[in-house]
Design a protein around this ligand. Structure first.
Ligand SMILES: Cc1ncc(COP(=O)(O)O)c(C=O)c1O
Length: 311
């Protein structure tokens, strides 16, 4: 089972930050599980629980061919004796498919490949109703675990952080993790979000998700004032990366032995260290939430021909 104590709070000593009396802590959610890692478990925990309570047979969810969420759902269902169905965008499983899809299948996930046009309908109520009518014993989880249960699972992250931190940095994909963290912030804390997507409407997405959790507009508006968006660190957009980013991840590993991925956490750490160059962070305490994502790194290393984590 998944033991939350595995997610350590690690202090990282970077010389240039120590010189300015900046403390940097990493919330190591990446250590939670090899496949249900990082924010994946946080977002799935209550979805799994609901599925068990409702005595459903399993979870049905959506994802792209490299989706961390798809793999985590397959692994979590496997672990809890549930079935899983993955609706996959625009791919077919064949000998050229990536290891994420093969691993999902190995874990017992039924993969249903749909066209990109059909996949666009994933959040439409009518489309979801139709899918559930065909699979009545399944609990639907939106792409990326972006629902109420995902948000309340992510709310637990900050409860495990005893230190008083001034600034929290986290990656954004669907904004579920950042919404959960936001809900558990203390008044003076700032939440810095780094979207992995180009043109991502961070505040709009947070607004949308929070309104679906039933939180009133006044509270949502005041919470949103605690968010700082860093939207210039997407390196070309979702799934894109440059040699500059890969070199940064390599150098960061050499200095700290901490592994980052080029899709989410590498971009966020890059953006955070750039931001921390400002004098206003002198003497402040910083928390970086490591949301995992390392399962896809091997494929990126193969594609780029660059080894990221050589000792
Ligand atoms: C490794 C990793 N970090 C961060 C995120 C972004 O989290 P969220 O979609 O909750 O904003 C994701 C996507 O779920 C992810 O796979």
């Amino acid at each position: 089972m998944i033991d939350i104590r595995k997610s350590l709070l690690q202090e990282i000593n970077l010389k240039h930050l120590i010189a300015r009396d900046i403390k940097l802590y990493i919330k190591r959610d990446d250590l939670l599980h090899s496949e249900i890692s990082g924010n994946k478990w946080r977002k799935l925990k209550y979805n799994v629980e609901l599925c068990l309570v409702k005595k459903k047979n399993g979870l049905l969810t959506f994802g792209g061919a490299y989706s961390n969420h798809l793999l985590a759902t397959a692994a979590a269902c496997n672990l809890f004796g549930l079935k899983s169905i993955g609706i996959v965008r625009g791919e077919e499983l064949n000998e050229n498919s990536n290891s994420t899809l093969f691993r999902c299948q190995e874990l017992g996930m039924e993969l249903v490949f749909v066209s990109r046009a059909e996949y666009q309908l994933k959040n439409e109520k009518e489309y979801q109703d139709e899918i559930l009518a065909n699979n009545p014993s399944f609990q639907l989880v939106p792409e990326g675990g972006a629902n109420y249960y995902g948000v309340i699972g992510c709310q637990e992250i900050m409860k495990e952080v005893p230190n008083e931190v001034d600034h929290i940095f986290v990656s954004q994909g669907t904004a579920t993790t950042s919404c959960g963290v936001l809900l558990s912030l203390k008044e003076k804390q700032k939440l810095h979000v780094v979207p992995a997507l180009k043109g991502f409407d961070s505040i709009g997405e947070v607004n949308g998700l929070l309104s679906r959790t039933g939180i009133d507009k006044g509270l949502t508006d005041s919470l949103i004032k605690q968010i700082v968006v860093h939207d210039g660190c997407h390196f070309g957009g979702y799934g894109k990366y440059t040699n500059e980013l890969l070199t940064f991840i390599q150098d960061f590993f050499q200095e700290t032995k901490l592994k980052l991925d080029p899709i989410y956490t590498g971009k966020t750490m890059f953006g955070m260290l750039k931001e921390l160059e400002k004098d206003c962070y002198n003497g402040q305490s910083i928390l970086f939430i490591h949301t995992g994502g390392l399962q896809g790194v091997e494929g990126i290393e193969k594609k780029s021909g660059i080894k990221l984590f050589e000792d």
